[in-house]
Design a protein around this ligand. Structure first.
Ligand code: NAD
Length: 538
């Protein structure tokens, strides 16, 4: 299907039923921002297969981070609306969990094609609400698409196990089955990828799904929901509610919800893990990070500096796998001036402007927080090698911009080291040896990701074995695994037993039924031979 009017965001945010086919506006993306301000289109709920206007009296504004103009509004769903959404999931579960796995697979095969055909349009929505550059927004969709593509292998992923003849005429085998209604709670920084880590895997396993996107970037999830409906997902298999704490607590408490996937900050993730688990639900909770890049003196200098700059400042540092901390080992510290020069060359601009490298932060509050953490570094004795505060972005003076910033001479006791900054700020430590660098990292509470830059295989091997972090890159700055593996953040970056996507994702969204059966050979019915072709139940 061609989504010809996909770029009429006014139409999309309003959730018009005519969506994509006969849009009356046909506004181009560039015309739409002003309209949003005037019209403040409202984000719909998606309940029982319908995009419906909320009756809520509480609404939040959605801002374009490059201008801080209001581009839409999102409701805090009422209790009745949330109950209607979960009831819809419960009703749909009965038939969806009994729908053949081949039919579910077909829907996701169509879905991956629709996403693929519309990456650019999804990216525009991400840039409008989240601020990242269009190229980065396409990457956001692409990494989510890969998870949907992987979900299409469900016929292999959901296989059970068999052990024949455990004793005479007795076999044991397992079925992998869905668990019921599942829910996802997403953060603002990957409006496509992270929701796509959640509902496609949950649903392809036969569960129905209640999704709560980030209230700051709901538009992309709404588009993804419409595409899933167009791919053939039956009404009620995916429901979407909006809101903040009340919606989250509703999900943690409702008895029909069997499992919760959460991605976001530590305070929210710890709360959801505890409250959901207390209520007997499975919870997987991916949380904050402080990722260290270790630079060895034998590393390839050009490559390492480029990788560091991209991984520290890309997406304005608003990635849970950003390399926000560098440890320069030995004489590699002499590369710092070049790192600073390369970082200066990045262009800070609105995400939809050609050539933009670093977009705005999500909100004025985020900008103020990042700037105060930079100041805390200066106050506590760090050296400000590059200061991105007061960056001037022509034409976007009201945006939440902070330019690339580098603090050196940082020690582990400083606030800028201890806190996740989540902005375009690289804090630099120095170490005399690899052992010292490993010890710093292993004493940090987070365990999401890390990278080592070296040309020595033995150094790389020692590092990968001794560092206590769940995802490690060797000359790879952002080692987010492809979906045939799982996202294996550890320690303070994760709560739960099974991780997102890959084999662990399938385990999370399924339960096992084990059958032990005995059919005695002597009881077999003997009949006359059938000579006609078997017709398999027809
Ligand atoms: P956030 O925790 O503020 O919000 C995430 C979700 O939780 C939202 O849907 C929000 O409505 C809800 N929420 C927020 N505060 C809550 C509270 N106190 N109680 C209940 N619910 C609450 O996170 P964010 O700012 O949207 O995202 C940034 C954070 O997410 C960073 O810490 C980043 O490291 C983390 N993150 C982690 C991963 C990962 O895979 N480990 C990936 C992306 C982002």
């Amino acid at each position: 299907m061609e989504y010809r009017h996909f770029n009429c965001i006014l139409c999309l945010l309003r959730g018009t039923k005519a969506l994509f086919r006969s849009c009356p506006h046909n506004y181009r993306f560039s015309q739409v921002v002003a309209l949003h301000v005037a019209a403040a289109p409202t984000t719909k709920l998606f309940i029982d297969g319908k995009f419906v206007e909320s009756n809520s009296s509480e609404w939040l504004d959605i801002h374009n981070p490059a201008t801080n103009e209001v581009v839409g509004r999102v409701p805090k769903a009422t209790q009745d609306e949330m109950l209607a959404a979960v009831d819809s999931c419960s009703r749909a579960y009965k038939s969806w969990s009994n729908t053949s796995i081949l039919s579910r697979q077909q829907i996701f095969l169509r879905y991956q094609q629709l996403i693929k055909d519309n990456i650019k349009e999804l990216a525009k929505m991400i840039t409008l609400e989240q601020g990242k550059t269009l190229a980065d927004a396409e990457g956001d969709v692409f990494r989510g698409l890969q998870v949907v593509e992987h979900a299409c292998s469900i016929t292999s992923l959901m296989l059970g196990e068999t052990l024949p003849s455990i004793t005479r005429d007795m076999d044991t085998y397992t079925y992998r089955l869905p668990i019921g209604v599942c829910a996802g709670i997403a953060p603002f920084n990957f409006p496509a990828m992270i929701p796509l880590w959640m509902f496609p895997i949950g649903m392809v396993c036969g569960n129905t799904y209640l999704m709560k996107p980030s209230e700051r970037v709901p538009g992309c999830t709404m588009l993804l929901a419409k595409m899933l409906q167009d791919a053939g997902a039956p009404d009620g298999t995916l429901n979407i509610i909006h809101g903040q704490h009340a919606a989250v607590n509703f999900i943690c408490d409702h008895p029909a919800i069997k499992a919760i996937s959460f991605v976001g900050s530590n305070p929210a993730g710890e709360h959801i893990y505890e409250r959901g688990s207390k209520n007997g639900k499975r919870v997987q909770s991916n949380m904050g990070a402080k990722n260290h890049g270790v630079v060895m003196p034998d590393a390839s200098k050009e490559n390492t500096i480029n990788q560091l700059v991209g991984a520290a400042f890309g997406a304005a540092g608003q990635r849970c796998m950003a390399l926000s901390t560098a440890i320069f080992v030995g004489e590699s510290r002499e590369w710092l001036p070049e790192l600073v020069e390369r970082s200066k060359s990045l262009r800070v601009n609105a995400g939809d402007q050609p050539g933009a490298d670093v977009g705005p932060l999500i909100s004025p509050e985020a900008k103020a927080r990042v700037e105060s953490l930079i100041q805390s570094g200066v106050d506590e004795g760090a050296k400000l090698l590059l200061d991105g505060r007061n960056v001037n972005v022509k034409g976007y003076e009201n945006g939440n911009f902070v330019g690339p910033t580098i603090l050196s001479n940082v020690s582990p006791s400083m606030t800028c080291y201890k806190e996740e900054i989540f902005g375009p700020v690289l804090v630099v430590l120095e170490a005399d040896s690899l052992d010292e660098a490993i010890s710093v990292i292993n004493n940090n509470p987070y365990g999401n990701g890390t990278a080592i830059f070296t040309t020595n295989g033995a150094t790389a091997r020692k590092y990968t074995h001794e560092v206590d972090v769940g995802q490690i890159g060797v000359n790879v700055p952002i080692p987010v695994p492809l979906p045939m593996f799982s996202f294996t953040g550890s320690r303070g970056s994760f709560r739960g037993d099974t991780n997102f996507y890959g084999k662990q994702g399938i385990q999370f969204y399924t339960q096992i039924k084990t059958v032990t059966s005995q059919w005695k050979a002597e009881d077999a019915t003997v009949t006359s031979p059938a000579v006609t072709m078997p017709t398999m139940g027809r």
